[in-house]
Design a protein around this ligand. Structure first.
Ligand SMILES: Cc1cc2nc3c(=O)[nH]c(=O)nc-3n(C[C@H](O)[C@H](O)[C@H](O)COP(=O)(O)OP(=O)(O)OC[C@H]3O[C@@H](n4cnc5c(N)ncnc54)[C@H](O)[C@@H]3O)c2cc1C
Length: 496
């Protein structure tokens, strides 16, 4: 048995949720240790691969300048429009995309603690800027933001993680790299006594009064993907870290924790078909292809299969990867013409892109090795179905198609100005939705609804926040809100 009480709090993982938990626990004077399965070079989990976009409640640019965008000048602020994002809108959007399944108490915390947590992170050293390149369009001379997510960490995911690691250093929180949780230890009463880890010198038992699990979901484990999502999912590309293999979830389930949330669904996007099996720490999220709302998507038969303009990208991208997974050869092609190609996001202009360009649709299809007949038939029907109206990609413009299935509900412009461009994508998984059941204090519940004394959880491995679909920027926000909550509870518990 390990010594009891060497650390007040062990935090498992070193991504955004874990580091927020460690910083919060430290505020209570707790002796904290962070365990990271990855090497120092690969630290930071999926959080490093992100754009660093956070979704939180605010009342527009002037409000944000007070305590979040503190570096934004008056003249910069007057050239942009950031629509207010109220708690009511946040909650409505979250419930809409999760089909009203998001656990009410967790959803309430995510929404109503979002702003104060972003301000708390700034106080810990994270700096914020408006998300110009991805979340705004120039409309009548004003940089107009859309989709409810307007702010990112300076330096994106790398920047975010670096700010948090620097804060951990300032707060004398040690990090043990190459050290993976294998088991949670407990006494006869069921109270957590520490962890068993596997590190550079083999197995080790580390004692602690409390443990915060923040070591990600199971998206990087092909066996679990097939088990919970079905045949073919072992072939999905993993967008982020290879280290999130469900270890924290499995260790907690092994000591009786309850499984909770959307175990059969996940966040998955359209991702370049030639990308490597796991995330690339240089290309980062640029393998994603997220300008489909202004184009069309077809499968290898040249047929459309989703409403590309159903809603803002932020509300559809996380579920459309799963739709691509259902297509023949798990692939699809996004098509743009000269009217729209100029507006696509920067990720379409990287060197590592699988694309073709041609002056006719027939040639384009041949280059892409998809059905030319199918593509020409689909585009002809699509063009004929486009209704008149004012095109505006910064709002839901209602410029739709009529009489085709699936429809395109907004931003429907005919594809008729060559040359045409096609980008080939497959399914890239971001993170799993199923996980552990926590209380509003971040305590882990067992299968009888009792709290496991000393065990807390945050981040991707918490179930019940996201089901079926997801809101862009809510993953990091959830990790920070619940990381801070779990860290506070563990810090209090560990010092108690
Ligand atoms: C390409 C990409 C882009 C994204 N963009 C955004 C975005 O802009 N905004 C947004 O809100 N969300 C985004 N997300 C989702 C976001 O990354 C996650 O929601 C969030 O980072 C999860 O944070 P986390 O701390 O729970 O997990 P992670 O950041 O993945 O951290 C998990 C940590 O646990 C470690 N670990 C795993 N197993 C063990 C073990 N056994 N022992 C010890 N350590 C272990 C890992 O090495 C890692 O350090 C994106 C994800 C990806 C992949």
């Amino acid at each position: 048995m390990p010594d009891s009480g060497a650390y007040d709090v062990i935090v498992v993982g070193a991504g955004n949720a874990a580091l927020c938990a460690a910083l919060a626990a430290r505020e209570h004077g707790a002796k904290v240790l962070v365990l990271e399965k990855a090497s120092e070079e690969e630290r930071g989990g999926n959080s490093t691969f992100t754009a660093g976009g956070f979704r939180f409640v605010h009342h527009g640019v002037e409000d944000l300048r007070k305590d979040v965008l503190v570096d934004l000048s008056e003249s910069e602020a007057t050239q942009m429009y950031i629509p207010p994002f109220t708690a009511e809108i946040y909650m409505d959007d979250l419930l809409k995309v999760t089909e009203n399944l998001s656990e009410p108490e967790l959803a309430d915390l995510l929404v109503n603690r979002s702003r104060e947590t972003v301000v708390w992170m700034r106080e810990k050293g994270v700096r914020w800027i408006p998300m110009f390149s991805r979340q705004s369009y120039m409309v009548k001379g004003v940089q107009t933001f859309f989709g409810g997510m307007a702010v990112e960490a300076v330096g994106g995911g790398w920047g975010l993680v670096d700010f948090l690691f620097r804060a951990a250093e300032r707060n004398q929180i040690p990090v043990r790299y190459n050290t993976a949780l294998r088991k949670l230890t407990h006494n006869r009463k069921g109270e957590i006594t520490g962890v068993t880890v596997f590190g550079p010198d083999g197995y080790d038992d580390i004692a602690a009064k409390s443990v915060v699990l923040a070591c990600g979901g199971f998206e990087a484990d092909p066996e679990m993907r097939v088990r919970y999502y079905g045949p073919g999912w072992e072939m999905a590309k993993v967008r982020g870290t290879r280290h999130n293999t469900g270890d924290g979830i499995k260790a907690a389930l092994d000591i009786g924790a309850a499984a909770f949330g959307g175990w059969s669904t996940c966040h998955a996007v359209q991702w370049d078909i030639s990308s490597p099996p796991f995330g690339d720490r240089v290309v980062l999220d640029n393998y994603q292809k997220h300008s489909y709302p202004i184009g069309i998507i077809v499968n290898v038969n040249g047929e459309r299969f989703v409403d590309e303009g159903a809603d803002f990208r932020n509300h559809t991208y996380a579920k459309y990867g799963r739709e691509v997974m259902k297509q023949p050869q798990r692939m699809a092609v996004q098509i743009f013409d000269q009217k729209t190609i100029k507006m696509v996001r920067d990720e379409y202009r990287i060197r590592q892109v699988t694309k073709a360009e041609a002056n006719t649709l027939e040639d384009l299809a041949q280059k892409l090795e998809i059905s030319a007949e199918g593509l020409m038939r689909t585009v002809a029907a699509f063009n004929a179905a486009c209704q008149p109206g004012d095109y505006n990609p910064a709002i839901l413009d209602g410029k739709c198609t009529k009489g085709i299935t699936p429809p395109k509900s907004n931003w429907a412009l005919p594809i008729d100005e060559p040359p045409y461009s096609g980008f080939v994508v497959t399914c890239g998984i971001t993170f799993s939705f199923g996980g552990l059941k926590i209380t509003t204090d971040g305590e882990v519940e067992d299968t009888t609804g009792r709290i496991i004394p000393g065990l807390f959880a945050a981040g991707e491995l918490v179930g019940g926040v996201f089901y079926q679909n997801y809101l862009g920027g809510a993953g990091l926000m959830s990790g920070s809100v619940f990381g801070r909550i779990a860290g506070n509870s563990a810090g209090r518990f560990g010092k108690g």
